[in-house]
Ligand binder design. Structure first.
Ligand SMILES: Cc1ncc(COP(=O)(O)O)c(C=O)c1O
Length: 367
């Protein structure tokens, strides 16, 4: 999609900075919506179908995709709709652990996974990922083991990001099974945020297929660029008694997500192939023009986690997201809120022309 049209968008990605800044920060995609989504939403609006959502279709549509893409049978599982993934994570916590129960995250991590539980009154502990950005299962076992007993109630909750944002790591079945084993042993509940699952370049393992007693949140929002028409499903073996104030979906969003899951498989395959090309463009560029930047191509997501620890500007100064924006007109996401001040996160779900222009701006500051 051309820059001129993207600049007409009013979403946060395109309205936060002025016309001299290229925005490759928040996780929105610079693509047209898939035609079946446009058609389904347009027809729904034309027939005035904007009442309360009846709760049908989305669960089945997701089940078909889960079976086809991941061999995951959700038929026997319980599901409940929530307005979005993050409200679902907090509502799930509220339903399955006691107030004040410690919440653990593998850090660096998508900031709201730490912030929202903290704001809801749960003490949050960060357990560092390994240097390769993977779950450090030994460190997690130790952290789980140190949680004080709460009688029959869970001692803690671990918020799994699967695939992991920002490193783009896809956790393996063996890692998930081991995580399940240590969580079970220490009475820790696992809640998985699987919002990026459909944007995987490697085989994806749903947490619930490896950890029977986990809870998992899914949404088509990231894969089909529907964060402005949002809905998510919370999946679990047994029903989760989440607050009725949260347990509902929005009709138009449900129609959009159902059309995405039912009719847009080929669109998604094309998008994944385009993203694979962008990932290659980005990887080649960094290796060739800015090898000082630490970078491992993500196994999932359209987010690149760039390590600027070794990079410095012309006057030897540290390069941050603010420096890149002010000096090169490039808006990336600062790593600070994720838990790593040396990193920035770049969203490569854009055209090759915009991506190349952004990379040239980046290299002009760090090289
Ligand atoms: C890992 C992760 N979880 C949740 C969200 C936000 O989801 P929602 O808007 O459905 O709360 C994002 C958005 O980028 C994300 O990357």
């Amino acid at each position: 999609m051309p820059l001129r049209l993207l600049r007409q968008r009013t979403s946060v990605k395109w309205s936060t900075y002025g016309p001299d800044v290229l925005p490759l920060w928040v996780a929105e995609m610079d693509c047209d919506l898939a035609e079946p989504i446009v058609g389904a939403v347009t027809r729904a609006v034309q027939r005035g179908d904007t009442g309360y959502w009846a709760g049908k279709h989305l669960r089945d549509a997701f089940g078909e995709v889960a079976a086809a893409r991941w061999g995951w049978d959700v038929g026997a599982l319980s599901s409940v709709a929530v307005p979005n993934v993050m409200s679902g994570v907090v509502a799930c916590l509220d339903a399955v652990v006691e107030p004040g129960t410690p919440v653990l995250v593998a850090s660096p991590v998508y900031p709201p996974l730490a912030q929202y539980p903290r704001q809801a009154g749960y003490p949050v502990h960060r357990v560092a990922l390994t240097a390769a950005g993977r779950l450090d299962l030994a460190a997690l076992a130790e952290a789980f083991g140190h949680l004080p007993s709460r009688g029959a109630a869970p001692r803690g909750a671990f918020l799994l990001c699967n695939p992991h944002n920002p490193t783009g790591v896809v956790h393996t079945r063996a890692e998930l099974e081991e995580l399940g084993r240590i969580a079970r042993e220490c009475a820790v509940v696992v809640i998985a945020d699987e919002i990026h699952a459909l944007v995987s370049y490697e085989p994806f393992t749903p947490a619930l297929s490896a950890i029977r007693e986990a809870y998992a949140l899914h949404s088509a929002s990231k894969a089909f660029n529907l964060v402005g028409m949002n809905i998510a499903l919370l999946w679990s073996a047994d029903p989760v008694p989440i607050s009725p104030a949260i347990a509902h979906g929005d009709q138009i969003s449900a129609i959009a997500h159902t059309a995405a899951l039912r009719e847009c498989g080929p669109w998604l395959d094309q998008a994944l192939s385009a993203l694979t090309n962008r990932r290659r463009l980005l990887t080649d560029f960094i290796r060739r023009e800015a090898p000082i930047i630490g970078f491992a191509p993500p196994q999932a997501t359209y987010l690149a986690w760039l390590d600027l620890a070794a990079a410095s500007g012309a006057r030897g100064e540290r390069i941050s997201a603010t420096v890149l924006r002010e000096r090169a007109g490039l808006a990336l996401t600062s790593g600070t809120a994720f838990g790593s001040a040396n990193h920035v996160r770049l969203n490569f779900a854009t055209s090759p022309a915009i991506l190349l222009s952004a990379l040239e701006r980046l290299a002009s500051v760090v090289a």
